[in-house]
Structure formats: structure tokens, C-alpha cells
Ligand binder design. Structure first.
Ligand code: ARG
Length: 587
């Protein structure tokens, strides 16, 4: 057992609850609401007294005094300077010896992760990236991949069994059009790379769409192709498989560059033979009904979905996006025994997921199936300088391949301007990490539900809240260790940290807020809390390093301060790692 709590916010919460109940006889519904406080007054603040007093007809300030007194007369391990403010708010400061103890206990990324078992025993599916095949990935696919990956990493950190599933859009009407048009055009596919093949397929698709819009006859032929495909015609299946394989080869290049991995790539097509059970069960349970030849689900007590039904089988008898998603929930529950599913998509799909979740709830309740927790983690749009969704000059969404290549190219210019003596291999490695890191961080830094403006200058700047700035901060820490000729890992628990100077204490205090920040990011599934924190931490570190002697301090102080540098390094790296960004030893 560790004697020092990892997360002081949690520790104080538990302690205040206990004392308030046992000594002040507050009822069980008392929620202390412990939050980080204004640093002038303390580290944490108890905000829940006001609401509790109001609810129970007590005077807030008086209740605050009672609770404070009880807290002060019990053993306030780890805490000091308890004080009352305003209408019953209690401030707490973490005592310096407790901070030193914390720094001695939690020294590495493994220690942090070991201390947070909140999700152990839980199986959580993260459904992210999920582009549609027969097209290249473009900027519209950036956020699901980047945010989904960060969320999967965070859940994993908290001990969950995470299943990363790339639910590709590989089964839909687009294939009818593609197959029709491919039949009509004689194209030589030899010697084309996956990207070139996809580019070619994109134009074939465009011509096919024009043809079906121009003539009913073409439309009929496309429909017939789709029916043939869905009935398993070997020739159509072979072409369809080829398109998907080429598509995935192109996606894989992006995933490799971005450092994103999946445990499963089960596209919509995987569920095509599992949709009959969905129709049967939803119909038998009286949840789905026939409506003009289609099978639909109305949610009668919903303000909109009472009129706007969830279509689970189209008029022509074909399945759709909703059907495969319904079959997918069942599969994930029955085969993977998942406790939770998190879907990471664009905010425009909010209605789809609300209808999906409502339908699954009714269906699973009727059948007595265990319902996993279903969450839609949605995000806003990436905008160009004009405030509209970012596009190329010709009006197409920018391809991710182009975006990443430009980021790496721009990063390389910056890297070379800083140090022109880098060996070629190292230059390539650093430029990649900086370029890709800048795009990912520029995205994660935003509150995911907001739209944001894409700006090369902002995200690649070495100053401000950017990946390059943070990567530079880590590299600078490594440089300190190189100059001291000390291995940061060797400074684990062996060297006692003794906090003396105010800037040193300020840095140490900042470090112990890391667990609270992680928990906040987890609670809301919003990685930007981590970005804000590590950026602030890098700033506090800078202040410490610029104002406090480290390398030329006396021997004992040197090792104490180097250990503090090692903790800062561990937390910055851990934070960047959770965001899927490469920390660099040299830059
Ligand atoms: N393929 C879809 C799209 O491009 C996203 C799929 C998200 N996942 C899901 N299970 N519906 O919009």
C-alpha cells in the first residue's frame, strides 16, 4: 500500500465526506465538490457546503465553520493552512512534506498508470477513424482518428481493456455506382500505387454519379450492380474486395505516419449477414414497424424522433448505415462482452447516434440483453482561414496525405534552421515527429465540440501552446541531463527531493495536479484538458529553471533539483504520450 495518495483531489473528497458525516452528522447526499482553487488561497477548495446548507435550511457560513472545525481537530494528514472563505468555502493546501513524499512515490509513467486502476475489469470499444472506402482520407477524417486515438490511450492508461475498432464504410450504394461505371470504362490499373488507384476510382465514381443523375437507365443499372453485389455475385465481390484492399493500403500509410493502430477493422460489410436478426427481433418486439415499405423505428416520446423515424431497412429491402450499426452493437456485446462503446464522429451524426442508442435501449431491454454504456464523442469542423470547412483551391477537401506531407516539409525547414548539422536520418525522424505532432496537437488542444481554424503558423510555432514548443521543452530537459551527465531514469526513488525555493515549490505543486487533470479529461472524454495542463507545466518549469540554480548548485541540491527535472520530464512525456505525440530527446 502506498502511504501517499496519488490524486489529492480524490483524497480530500473522501476525507471531507467522512468527517462531515461522522462528526458533523451531515446526510449522505453531501457532495464536497472538491476542485482546484485560486492558487492565492490554496491548492483545493471545497465548494459543496453552500449548496448543502441551502438544501437543508442551514446558514452556509455557519455550516462551513462547523465542518472546518471538525476537519482541523481530526488528523489532517498531508494538508495544511485550512481556511474558510466567503459563504462557506474551505481552502486546503498540500503540505510541503506531503508534496515531497508524492514526488518520491510517483516517479515514472508506469507509477502514474499503476496508481489509476479506475477502469480495470472494464472492456471498452472505441469506434474511431472509420473512413469510407473507395476514397482517400481527407481532412474530414483527421479528428476522429486523432481524438479517438487519444481517448483509447487514456482509457488504456486508466486500466480498461480497450478494443480499437475501425468500422469502415465499405458497404453501401456507392459500390453500385462504382461497379456500373467500372464496367463501362476500360481502365488499365497496372503500375498504379494505391493512392493513384484511389484517385482514379474517385473520378470514376464522379462520372458514375453524373451518369446516374442524367439518366434513369444508368440509375437502374447501378442499382442492379448493387443487388448483384449484395447477392454475392463472385465477379462483383472480387472487384469490391479489390477496391477495399487498395483503399486500406492507402489508409494504412496515414495510420503509420500518425502512429495509430487498431485491434479490429470490421467494416459495415462484416455485418451484412447479421442484419436479419436485427429485423426479426425489432419486429417481434414491436419496436420496428412497416412504413411505406420500409422498416422504421419511431420514438414516440421524443420531441423529434416521434415524427422522424430511424429507418432500419430501406424500401428496396436493402440494409443501411443504421442496420449495420444495430447489428454491430449486438456483436460487440455478445462476442467481446464489452461494457461500453464510444463512437468518435463528427457532430453532424448526433441524430443518428441518439436514434441508435434509443433503439438499442428498447431492443436490449425487451430481449433481456445486457446493455453496454453507449457514448457519442462528437467533434466540430476544421475550418480554413475563411471560417468554412477547409478545402483545396478546386473545392475538394484537402487529403490527409497532402496535409501530412506539407506539415513534415514545414517542420523540416524549422528543424534545419535551428540546427543545420543534424544527420539526415535524425533530421527526418525529428521533422516527422514535429510535423505530425503539430497537426495532432493543434487538433487535440481545441475543446473537441468547437470548430477551429487550421493555421500552419500557429500550430508549428515554437512559442505558445503547440507540439513543437512542448517537444522542445522535453528536449531541453534531456539536454540538462546530458550536461549533468546523469541518466534521468537513475533518479527514480533514490534521491530525496528537498523543496526550498518558491519556484521549486511552485513547480512541485504543479506536478501533483497531473492526476486530477487526467481524471477530468477522462470524465468528459476531452483530451484538451491534458494539453492545457502540460503547456502550463512547461511554463512553470521554465520559470523554475531560469530563476533557480540547477547545474551549478551544490551537490546535494543538484540531485534534488535534477530529480525534480526528472519528474517534470516524466509527466510531460506521459502527457504527450497520452495524446499520441512523440516526445524527442533532441531537437
Ligand atoms: N463511415 C462513417 C463516416 O464516414 C463513420 C462511421 C462511424 N462509426 C459507426 N459505427 N457508425 O461518416
Amino acid at each position: 500500500m502506498k502511504t501517499c495518495p496519488f490524486d489529492f483531489q480524490r483524497f480530500i473528497d473522501g476525507w471531507v465526506r467522512e468527517i462531515a458525516m461522522s462528526r458533523c452528522h451531515l446526510s449522505e447526499d453531501f457532495d464536497p465538490q472538491i476542485l482546484p482553487s485560486d492558487p492565492r488561497f490554496g491548492d483545493f477548495q471545497c465548494n459543496g457546503i453552500f449548496a448543502h446548507a441551502k438544501r437543508s435550511g442551514m446558514v452556509p457560513r455557519q455550516l462551513g465553520e462547523r465542518v472546518l472545525e471538525a476537519l482541523q481537530s481530526s488528523d489532517a494528514a498531508h494538508l495544511c493552512d485550512l481556511s474558510l472563505a466567503g459563504a462557506g468555502f474551505i481552502n486546503f493546501k498540500i503540505a510541503v512534506p506531503a508534496i515531497e513524499n508524492w514526488l518520491a512515490t510517483y516517479t515514472s509513467e508506469e507509477d502514474f498508470s499503476d496508481a489509476t486502476g479506475d477502469l480495470s475489469g472494464k472492456t471498452i470499444v472505441v469506434d474511431y477513424s472509420c473512413p469510407n472506402t473507395a476514397k482517400q482520407m481527407h481532412v474530414g477524417h483527421l479528428r476522429s482518428m486523432v481524438i479517438g486515438d487519444a481517448i483509447a490511450r487514456l482509457l488504456d492508461f486508466f486500466g480498461a481493456d480497450v478494443i480499437r475498432d475501425n468500422h469502415l464504410g465499405d458497404w453501401g450504394t456507392q459500390f453500385g455506382i462504382l461497379l456500373m461505371q467500372l464496367r463501362e470504362e476500360k481502365i488499365s490499373w497496372e503500375n498504379l500505387s494505391p493512392d493513384e488507384t484511389l484517385e482514379c476510382l474517385e473520378t470514376v465514381y464522379r462520372r458514375g454519379t453524373q451518369a446516374t443523375q442524367a439518366s434513369d437507365d444508368a440509375m437502374e443499372r447501378a442499382r442492379a450492380e448493387l443487388v448483384a453485389l449484395q447477392n454475392g455475385d463472385p465477379e462483383r465481390i472480387a472487384t469490391w474486395k479489390w477496391i477495399n484492399a487498395v483503399s486500406y493500403a492507402s489508409f494504412q500509410e496515414i495510420y503509420d505516419l500518425a502512429g495509430v493502430k487498431f485491434d479490429h477493422v470490421l467494416g459495415e460489410s462484416f455485418y451484412r449477414n447479421r442484419v436479419n436478426r436485427v429485423y426479426d427481433e425489432l419486429s417481434q418486439c414491436g419496436i420496428a414497424e412497416a412504413d411505406e415499405g420500409a422498416l422504421v423505428v419511431f420514438h414516440r416520446d421524443h420531441p423529434r424522433f416521434d415524427q422522424q423515424p430511424f429507418i432500419v431497412r430501406k424500401r428496396d429491402g436493402a440494409s443501411n448505415y443504421a442496420t449495420t450499426d444495430l447489428a454491430t452493437v449486438l456483436y460487440r456485446r455478445e462476442e467481446w462482452h464489452c461494457n461500453e462503446i464510444i463512437y468518435v464522429t463528427d457532430g453532424r451524426q448526433r441524430d443518428h447516434f441518439q436514434q441508435l442508442f434509443l433503439t438499442v435501449e428498447r431492443w436490449f431491454a425487451a430481449k433481456g440483453y445486457t446493455l453496454p454504456v453507449l457514448k457519442h464523442v462528437w467533434f466540430g469542423t476544421v475550418c480554413g482561414e475563411d471560417g468554412k470547412a477547409i478545402k483545396t483551391r478546386s473545392g475538394e477537401p484537402i487529403r490527409l496525405k497532402t496535409l501530412f506531407a506539407e506539415a513534415i516539409h514545414r517542420a523540416e525547414e524549422i528543424v534545419v534552421s535551428k540546427d543545420s548539422n543534424l544527420a539526415a536520418e535524425e533530421r527526418v525522424h525529428i521533422s516527422r515527429a514535429v510535423g505530425i505532432g503539430a497537426i495532432k496537437y493543434g487538433d487535440l488542444l481545441q475543446n473537441r465540440t468547437s470548430d477551429y481554424m487550421f493555421s500552419w503558423d500557429k500550430m508549428l510555432s515554437l512559442e505558445g501552446n503547440t507540439a513543437p514548443y512542448l517537444q522542445y521543452a522535453v528536449a531541453r530537459l534531456h539536454a540538462i541531463f546530458r550536461r549533468a551527465n546523469v541518466d534521468p531514469h537513475a533518479l527514480g526513488k533514490s534521491h530525496k527531493i528537498h523543496l526550498q525555493e518558491p519556484q521549486e515549490i511552485a513547480l512541485a505543486r504543479k506536478l501533483l495536479f497531473y492526476p486530477c487533470v487526467l481524471r477530468q479529461a477522462l470524465a468528459d472524454l476531452r483530451p484538451h484538458f491534458i494539453c492545457t495542463y502540460i503547456y502550463e507545466l512547461a511554463g512553470v518549469f521554465s520559470t523554475f529553471y531560469n530563476s533557480t540554480k540547477v547545474l551549478d548548485a551544490d551537490q546535494q541540491t543538484l540531485f534534488s533539483r535534477l530529480s525534480l527535472c526528472a519528474r517534470t520530464r516524466a509527466i510531460l512525456r506521459s502527457g504527450l504520450n497520452l495524446l499520441g505525440i512523440n516526445a524527442l530527446e533532441r531537437m
